[in-house]
Design a protein around this ligand. Structure first.
Ligand code: SPD
Length: 283
């Protein structure tokens, strides 16, 4: 990786010849935990930035698109969501969007690395603000073990993981999705972070093939996030019933006015993939 003083270059696990550069003002904090190396930066143009093992997880500039689509698409598609589990997501961005819904009685978050949660509470208040909601329970455990201990408990499971290398590798394997299926209530669904169609199409394809027989409905949606590789990221919907490509309701006006990315139109559009990807994934 080239060294340019004052610049951060992402060390992504798969795109070895491409790297996003971000101009840095200062490093806010760094910590080595038993699971990974955590860094928080203040950047020149993108506000605060969270990096895990050299990979950008979020920036203050564009995290809203990722977190809004991950939460409001399922909340607008499931007929009656009451209980949600976030696997990973220690920065709190998912929970911040979930706590906007008074219909949710239970919001659990299972994050393996307590260091991410603690540093986010201290240095990333723009994502971690929802963690103090009384409905939120934070479990510092291995998500793969956690789901095995909670059969049939969740309407929605949101897998907000880092890339399939290091602590998140297990979250891209079939046994985890067998566990997810048994942790869902009838008619429930999981959404999982599923990389970008430009750099990761073979990986996405093989992942879908590996779990194809587990879920009656598998759908892939695309969200624009400028600071992720290729400027976008996908979520794979693994549903036991509902079709997530069509919203069945709209966010209440007081929720919609807090949003910067999600609209019902953007929701529908996210499921229309460029033809090279649609052809390959055959969903
Ligand atoms: N390539 C990096 C993908 C990171 C996805 N997870 C981000 C966590 C934000 N809550």
């Amino acid at each position: 990786m080239p060294e340019f003083p004052g610049w951060f270059f992402e060390k992504t696990p798969f795109e070895k010849g491409t790297s996003l550069g971000v101009k840095i003002r200062s490093k806010v904090v760094e910590e080595k935990t038993p699971f990974q190396f955590i860094e928080v930066y203040d950047t020149e143009d993108l506000g605060r930035m969270l990096v895990l093992d050299g990979v950008i997880q979020l920036t203050e500039f564009d995290e809203f698109s990722y977190h809004e689509m991950f939460v409001h698409v399922p909340m607008m598609s499931h007929p009656d969501p009451k209980s949600v589990l976030v696997v990973g997501g220690g920065d709190g961005g998912m929970v911040r969007e979930l706590v906007k819904y008074s219909c949710l009685e239970r919001i659990d978050m299972c994050e393996i690395d307590g260091g991410v949660v603690e540093l986010s509470k201290r240095y990333l208040p723009f994502t971690s603000s929802g963690l103090s909601d009384p409905r939120v329970r934070v479990f510092l455990e291995d998500g793969a073990v956690f789901i095995g201990n909670h059969p049939g408990e969740y309407d929605l499971i949101l897998v907000d993981s880092s890339d399939p290398i290091g602590p998140a590798e297990v979250l891209y394997k079939r046994p985890f999705y067998e566990g997810i299926k048994s942790a869902l209530k009838p008619g429930g669904a999981a959404l999982c972070q599923c990389e970008t169609i430009f750099f990761y199409l073979p990986l996405i394809k093989s992942f879908i093939q590996a779990i194809n027989d587990l879920y009656p409905v598998l759908q892939y949606m695309n969200t624009l996030v400028p600071t992720y590789p290729s400027g976008m990221i996908g979520q794979l919907v693994c549903s036991l019933g509902p079709d997530f490509s069509q919203p069945i309701r709209e966010p209440a006006p007081d929720i919609q006015e807090t949003l910067r990315y999600y609209t019902p139109q953007v929701h529908r559009a996210a499921f229309h993939l460029p033809c090279f990807a649609a052809r390959e994934l055959a969903l």
